[in-house]
Ligand binder design. Structure first.
Ligand code: MG
Ligand code: ZN
Length: 504
């Protein structure tokens, strides 16, 4: 889909559908919506009068213009209550309305710059939200759908989105927002492409190849350690998770140097379990197919690094992806086994399904050896976090208040809700092993925090945050910018975090 920015009058646009908007409770629309209403001889006002059109948030009413306007269709997007309106509403409505337009067969769509008129939002921010919402909301994963001729929607696509603005002085600002929004949304879609891919097509070596391809495209350095190198470096925790699989582990290092004069480098670490069967502590069959997405943290880091390479902020960032397939077999790690991480610390493996923290332990050791700070790790780590927050928010913990604030703010900018959990030091007690330095699981209660305390044991005093996205990595329905499947969370939050920490 190409996004074009142009000056003009939406009521005179010849796209196959035009999108206007309405606040909840407005009886007679003004601005562009008013102009379209007039062209339609008051059709919009009549629908409001009849109670069919209310302007509720998430609404997308399609009206056929029957020759009264150059465009055959008008979609009225509901903005919800005026006092709750922000760029998140804009981002979300673009997904909803464009899916509606696509289902109707509109190959081209024109939209006004929602929010920049009556609501007075910044034109660049609105344009960014429009581009992000459009690209995220129309995402589809159709690689394996080549025989699906019955699915009418599969052949329909929106080729062009026109952003139409009457005030020519705003066009440059709008183009700037579109450019940034396109990069952010495309990054999240790269993440979704990896997370939606079935595990047989994306073992650790293939995930590493994706990282290499995307690094090359973004002009950043990428190095991949194979299982021999991983073994030689002493990453015994990572090795122990992959040892039961025919598909060996990989360790990916992506380097972006935007501030070569500085010797400080931030680290983004992502859990890359390409399939989590649970290992010998095997999971129940129901829902196990979703475990192809247990590399969503890694995918988010790879997607974010791609965007950072494209946006070129003044900061140094290294992305680290430990990757393994967790399988039961004659060679698999068993409960009770003791493995050694890269820093020499020993771990008693109580439950082989608590594997994410094992591979992250080695990534944290490597990050510390490289003196990366702050360290932010991202993982589909615990079912406990999914139980605690559900699909509406992503939980995180941090050893540092200002980093915690920065993560929250980056989430707000992205429209992704991040909720801070406490790091309760007492919970580390439960991780004491009889025979090793630490064990990989403790009590059941507060499982997400206990997992974080396990990571904290390896992080020591480095400034650090841990994002547990186990409840938000995928969606069971189409809603706003999300479609069924991978959400791409928290790719955009990571990029916005880095942009916020950069010196320019
Ligand atoms: Mg597991
Ligand atoms: Zn896992």
């Amino acid at each position: 889909m190409e996004i074009k920015v142009e000056s003009g009058d939406i009521a005179k646009h010849s796209a196959k559908a035009v999108i206007v908007n309405l606040f909840d409770g407005v009886k007679s629309p003004g601005g562009a919506t008013g102009a379209v209403d007039k062209a339609l001889d008051g059709a919009i006002s009549n629908l409001i009068e009849d109670g069919e059109l209310k302007g509720k948030r998430g609404g997308a009413l399609l009206i056929h213009t029957l020759g009264r306007m150059p465009s055959p269709r008008v979609i009225v997007a509901g903005l919800g209550k005026e006092d709750k309106f922000d760029v998140n509403v804009v981002r979300s409505l673009m997904g909803t309305t464009l899916r509606r337009a696509r289902a109707a067969g509109a190959s081209s769509v024109a939209t006004i710059l929602h929010g920049a008129g009556i609501a007075g939002l910044d034109a660049t921010a609105c344009a960014q939200a429009i581009a992000e919402g459009a690209i995220l909301g129309t995402y589809r994963f159709r690689r394996y759908k080549y025989n699906d001729n019955d699915d009418e929607n599969a052949t329909k696509a929106i080729d062009t989105l026109h952003i139409v603005e009457s005030d020519e002085s705003k066009l440059a600002a709008i183009r700037e927002g579109v450019e940034r929004g396109t990069i952010l949304a495309t990054a999240a879609n790269h993440t979704r492409d990896m997370a939606n891919e079935p595990a047989n097509a994306l073992p650790p070596a293939a995930l590493a190849e994706r990282a290499q391809e995307l690094s090359k495209d973004a002009g950043i350095e990428c190095e991949v350690f194979d299982e021999k190198k991983v073994q030689d470096l002493g990453m015994g925790a990572l090795m122990s998770v992959g040892i039961g699989s025919e598909k060996p582990p990989r360790f990916v290092i992506m380097k972006y140097r935007g501030d070569p004069d500085s010797d400080e480098t931030m680290g983004l670490l992502g859990k890359g379990i390409t399939f989590d069967s649970g290992g010998i502590s095997i999971k129940p069959a129901a829902g196990m197919e979703a475990m192809k997405g247990d590399m969503s943290g890694a995918a988010a880091v790879i997607g974010a690094m791609w965007a950072i390479g494209k946006l070129k902020p003044k900061i140094n960032v290294t992305g680290l992806v430990p990757s393994a397939e967790n399988m039961p077999s004659g060679s698999a790690t068993k409960p009770g086994d003791v493995v050694k991480a890269m820093n020499g610390k020993t771990i008693e493996v109580i439950n082989t399904d608590a594997e994410g923290r094992l591979i992250l332990a080695d990534a944290i050791c490597y990050a510390k050896e490289q003196k990366l700070s702050p360290i932010v790790d991202v993982a589909t780590l615990t079912g406990a976090m999914a139980v605690a927050l559900g699909p509406g928010a992503t939980g995180y913990m941090s050893s540092d208040d200002s980093l915690a604030e920065a993560i929250k703010a980056a989430g707000e900018t992205s429209g992704e809700l991040l909720w801070r959990f406490p790091l309760i030091d007492d919970y580390a007690e439960g991780l004491k092993s009889n025979i090793a330095d630490i064990k990989n699981t403790g009590n059941r209660w507060g499982g997400a925090i206990i997992a974080a305390k396990f990571l904290h044991f390896f992080v020591e005093d480095t400034v650090w945050a841990h994002i547990d996205m186990a409840g938000t990595d995928d969606s069971d329905k189409d809603k706003g910018v999300y479609v069924k499947g991978s959400t791409g969370i928290p790719t955009r939050t990571l990029v916005n975090l880095v942009l916020g920490m950069a010196k320019g």
